[in-house]
Design a protein around this ligand. Sequence first.
Ligand SMILES: [Zn+2]
Ligand SMILES: [Zn+2]
Length: 491
Amino acid sequence: MSATMKDRRSARASHLCRCGLAFAALLVASMPAAAQPMDANAVMAAIDQKTAAYRDVATKIWSLAEVGYQETQSSALLQEQLRSAGFTVNAGVAGIPTAFTATWGSGKPVIGIIGEFDALPGLSQAAQPDRKPLVADGPGHGCGHHLFGTAATASAIAVKAWLSANKRSGTLRFYGTPAEEGGAGKVYMLRAGLFDDIDAVVTMHPGDRNASSASSTLANITGKFRFRGLSAHASTAPDRGRSALDGVEAMNAMVNLMREHVPSDARIHYVITNGGRAPNVVPDFAEAYYYARHNDMRVLEGIWERITNAARGAALGTGTTMELEVTGAVWNVLPNSYLVSLMQDNLRKVGGYEYTPAERAFAEGIRKTLDGELPPIDSANAVFAPEAGIGSASTDLGDVSWRVPTVQLSAATWVPGTPAHSWQAVAAGGMSIGVKGMIVAAKSMSLMAMDLFSDPAHLVKARAEFDKRRGPDFKYATRLADRKPPLDYRK
Ligand SMILES: [Zn+2]
Ligand SMILES: [Zn+2]
């Protein structure tokens, strides 16, 4: 419990001691006031009032730093917040122990709020402006997903209070989505049908600035190409052997030639994860691990098919066999400019925040460790214009965005200039700068969801743009169709 919460509770207890029943009666008498209709200001004030409690939740998840599909305690902590706020929690969905939904209300529209909570390996870091791991080589929240999950939870609870106080109909569903960092948790949750009845999704991502997100990402397919040959003495009986490493090398050679004949904005990268053990033994097993990316999954599908053909051809030519395990596939994010501008309006209503002198000193310390041109140090107090374009990252939110109109904002939870997946992001995420950015996100997401519940025209316009961008014959599919969630991928 935080000092502030403790102070507040003991202050209340001492009031009860002094005033006894009279004060208790006053409390009861004042309760119906909470059910008065709430406007946007009341919703934002309600979030402000719970800042200390949400800071504690986020800090706990930050300290736990649980990696993909192992976020047992982080997931439980968020579930607990939602359950005690009146949501019906459905835990362990889609065959994933740490995935959950939390639903409140009934009928249309159905609005989703997504929260992530997985950490990254190797990024353990104290909340201080110089490199100091808390646990040597331990995990850390380098993508700020502790703030992501908590902001989304805070927002869901605030919107539920608003729906309830204003006696509005509609369904609000929180999605606790694990293993964003390479585990594609959302893809399995989509496959389980959990997004089938949703009209729109609202979400956020930690960042170094406040802005509604207008940009896309790269679709990404990953897989392991396993070649099997025949071992033999490499000098006395090479004719008796068939080299699995030859298969890998022939495949890589063909893919490298292919680079000239794919769209120039495609990215293909590989490592050889197994190339045999000793030069005097013809390797009977070799493996290449590939990633391919492009900003349109439909183009990437074709590129991936050609990479797979290169592997098949390599096996044929080297007298080996090849099997492919597709380990991951996420779509590029499909932005929705109508929702982007609505989110931007709401973010502007919320506005940024100022640094205290201590936060400024912290930010100055962090910025001494960052390279390149940095945005102004006080830019957390501003709201930036949404930037359209294509980022070079990939995320499983992409799949959601092709299934249902989706909007995301970036909030300044990191010192301006901080890249994601850095120790500097972990550091700021563990102190008050992270919390302030989280509150900006929680409020903006709340106002956004309230708009979607209030005016059906927003959903109609968002859907029209969504349908147009997807095209008339579009049907969402994933290469992970038959794959079980890789629950042990971080073990
Ligand atoms: Zn990340
Ligand atoms: Zn992230």
